[in-house]
Design a protein around this ligand. Structure first.
Ligand code: GDP
Length: 526
């Protein structure tokens, strides 16, 4: 029997993030192949919610189904237990991705070698930086022409605002791609296009060994030697602790589609990536090795069957051992609960589990007890800090169009907000409800789900808003004064916090100048 410390040490819980199309799904699939979790390429379905699907609701429902199935993919690799947390590719669901990032211990970022750092990658990296999440970068699609690798490294550094350190290095690219030199393991990996698992690699401790010419030709050999010399000169020696602190991102090169460079990535990843680490709760730091169970809900997924309004709450185990049928405290409402059929996610299958360890994700069937961010413990009053809400990008009034169904509508809105689909603000002046989202698609999803899951009908009315700002002040009088002066633009969020609705950047700047004692925040936690 492994001890709890051993169980913790072997866990690697992470997410792969990328801009759509960089190769996240393909890389995920290859990792699962190595873990023996799947046996054929093509078995992993992308959970991308495609924009073209907006008019095809069955398609969205189908894709939501896929995204439950692929939410967590657990598998064993050597002595390690790996949990990959999937994130939606579509940017309209970026909030979902942000929250998933609260449940991982590290991240792999996939970048397309030709396109470099793209918008979505930049945003997600900001969230990683807020939490000091260690990141590894995989530069993908080396089998195609891409940017010069040194330029890519510079771009990664300036765009992602993190130091980089190549741990593998490409030998040419596109048609002339010959492979990578594995700096970390000191070996040469020759490229053989293949969609199967390949493990061929030649040990090459001394790069000056003339044997190198035999493998890659003299031109590429001297280029490789020069490149490596430059790397050693420019980049400091790789130090794992810099990576673990989130200061340095090791960089690997390869081609996910051809399963090239993926094993090197995985082998290095399991060695250096962190196992579950202590978590700062509001009350204290919680260590994974503690005897008592604690965990938090980072994602809620509604059931596909609209007739049964049950959900799955995804809980990340932070400390102790989670056990089936044990009594756990739902800290927000103070109730104790038992879970008779918690599910684990192994090799893309859901199955009931008896126990789970820190780093694991358990799915708890739920009928509306949980909200995102809820803490479960063995009895202690603990609150894990989630990720703050960001000011949404788009706002609309939500209006009831069926007066007989007001109750259903309100319940539906409440539950969808608890699920984290969007944010609700209630204008204090006229009592109207405003929904804020990061993308248009979410409005369509909300309307559809309110109708199909709650039997409620709504319509959207335009509101011109620039930002929602959470406000506070050390000076209670100044705060009251501001709220009075701006009463038409004051709202409450779901937690009853004061929010100022600025209809333009100009108005916001004026408010900031005119009311110096008020602090304006663009995230809900400060
Ligand atoms: P995601 O949106 O990040 O999940 O990207 P996908 O994994 O779905 O990949 C997007 C497209 O890029 C697909 O057509 C893949 O076949 C292709 N792709 C992924 N990896 C590679 C690669 O290494 N080389 C090439 N040429 N294409 C790739």
């Amino acid at each position: 029997m492994a001890t709890i410390t051993e169980e913790i040490q072997k866990r690697r819980t992470f997410a792969i993030i990328s801009h759509p199309d960089a190769g996240k799904t393909t890389l995920t699939e290859k990792l699962l192949l190595f873990g023996g979790a799947i046996h054929v390429a093509g078995a992993v379905k992308s959970n991308k919610i495609k924009k073209t699907a907006t008019s095809d609701w069955m398609e969205i429902e189908k894709q939501r189904g896929i995204s439950v199935a692929t939410s967590v993919m657990g598998f064993n690799y050597g002595d390690y237990k790996i949990n990959i947390l999937d994130t939606p590719g579509h940017q309209d669901f970026a909030e979902d991705t942000y929250r998933t990032l609260t449940a991982v211990d590290s991240v792999i970022i996939v970048v397309d070698a030709a396109k470099g750092v793209e918008m979505q990658t930049r945003k997600l990296m900001e969230v990683c930086r807020m939490r000091n999440t260690p990141v590894i970068v995989f530069v993908n699609k080396l089998d195609r022409e891409g940017q010069d690798p040194f330029d890519l490294l510079d771009e990664l550094e300036s765009e992602l605002k993190i130091g980089v350190r190549p741990l593998s290095w490409p030998i040419n690219m596109g048609q002339r791609f010959k492979g990578v030199y594995n700096i970390y393991e000191e070996g040469l990996n020759l490229y053989t296009p293949s969609k199967q698992v390949v493990t061929e690699s030649v040990e090459f401790k001394d790069i000056n060994n003339p044997e190198l010419e035999k493998y890659i030709g003299s031109e590429d050999a001297s280029k490789l030697r020069a490149d490596l010399e430059l790397i050693e000169g420019v980049y400091p020696e790789f130090d794992v602790s810099d990576y673990l602190k989130g200061n340095i991102a090791p960089v690997f090169f390869g081609s996910a589609l051809n399963n090239f460079g993926v094993k090197e990535l995985l082998d290095c990843f399991v060695k250096i990536a962190p196992s579950p680490r202590p978590v700062q709760a509001v009350e204290r730091v919680v260590c994974p090795e503690e005897a008592n169970f604690s965990g938090f809900v980072f994602k809620i997924h509604a059931n596909m069957d609209p007739n049964h309004r049950s959900c799955i709450a995804f809980v990340k185990v932070c400390s102790g051992k989670f056990e089936r049928n044990a009594n756990y405290k739902h800290v927000r409402n103070g109730k104790f609960m038992k879970f008779s059929s918690p599910t684990a996610f192994m090799a893309q299958r859901k199955s009931t589990v008896d126990e789970a360890y820190p780093g694991d994700i358990v799915g708890l069937p739920d009928t509306g007890n949980f909200k995102i961010g809820d803490t479960l413990t063995a009895g202690e009053e603990l609150h894990f800090r989630g990720l703050p809400s960001f000011s949404p990008e788009m706002f609309k009034y939500i209006e009831n169009t069926d007066p007989m169904k007001t109750k259903q509508l309100n319940k539906g809105i409440d539950q969808l907000m608890d699920e984290g689909v969007a944010q609700l603000f209630v204008n204090q002046f006229n009592g109207r409800k405003i929904i804020g989202t990061v993308g248009q698609l979410q409005f369509e999803v909300i309307q559809y789900r309110l109708l199909h899951e709650y039997g409620a009908q709504c319509k959207w009315e335009p509101i011109s808003l620039y930002k929602a700002c959470w406000i506070e002040s050390d000076d209670a009088e100044a705060l009251e004064n501001f709220k009075k002066r701006k009463y038409q633009f004051m709202a409450k969020d779901k937690e009853d916090r004061d929010v100022f609705l600025a209809d333009s950047n100009y108005v916001l700047q004026m408010a900031q100048t005119d009311f110096p004692k008020i602090k304006f925040h663009f995230t809900s936690e400060f």
